[in-house]
Design a protein around this ligand. Structure first.
Ligand code: SF4
Ligand code: SF4
Length: 159
């Protein structure tokens, strides 16, 4: 192939793309819609559904979930501490898959940049106060949407 033909072929590719609708967006001014089942870099924890069973903590390969509980009334557990260090988390979702009570989901938030590492440490209080929307990742394995579970939980008196 002569050099001229090669240049023409290259230019034809450039010309074809010149008139195509761009597929890129000018982030952060423009943002793509967040997919429903995204594994975002945030967590939605439903304290009222969490039993403190620690299945999530045991499933985590990085050991970034810390839970402390004490017994109350002989049967139920009270959760004293529930913490996730998202600075060490790889957002694999294994903790979500391990939770038998649908109390933990990844969140749809993906922008958590910060200058302070402590900001990445999610305490029980911070998790409870966070109004991040739960991702639908792994929700097909449980029967109810978080909103429905919240309603059911309220109907059961917070359990
Ligand atoms: S998403 Fe993965 S790494 Fe992060 S806390 Fe859950 S199991 Fe651990
Ligand atoms: S989030 Fe789920 S798995 Fe983790 S302690 Fe609570 S109920 Fe157990």
């Amino acid at each position: 192939m002569s050099a001229g033909v090669g240049i023409l072929k290259g230019l034809s590719v450039t010309m074809r793309h010149l008139f195509r609708k761009p597929v890129t967006v000018q982030y952060p001014e423009e943002k793509l819609p967040i997919p429903a089942r995204i594994r975002g870099t945030s967590f939605k924890w439903y304290a009222e559904l969490c039993t403190g069973c620690s299945m999530c903590a045991r499933a985590c390969p990085h050991g970034v979930i810390k839970i402390e509980t004490h017994s109350a009334d002989g049967a139920s557990r009270v959760i004293d501490k529930y913490e996730i260090d998202t600075g060490l988390c790889m957002f694999c979702g294994l903790c979500v898959e391990a939770c038998p009570f649908g109390a933990l989901f990844l969140g749809k938030r993906i922008e958590n940049s910060t200058y302070c590492r402590d900001d990445l440490y999610l305490t029980k209080e911070r998790l409870m106060a966070d109004d991040v929307e739960a991702s639908e990742y792994y929700q097909s394995a449980v029967p109810h949407h978080p909103r429905e579970r919240e309603v059911m939980s309220a109907a059961r008196g917070g359990r």
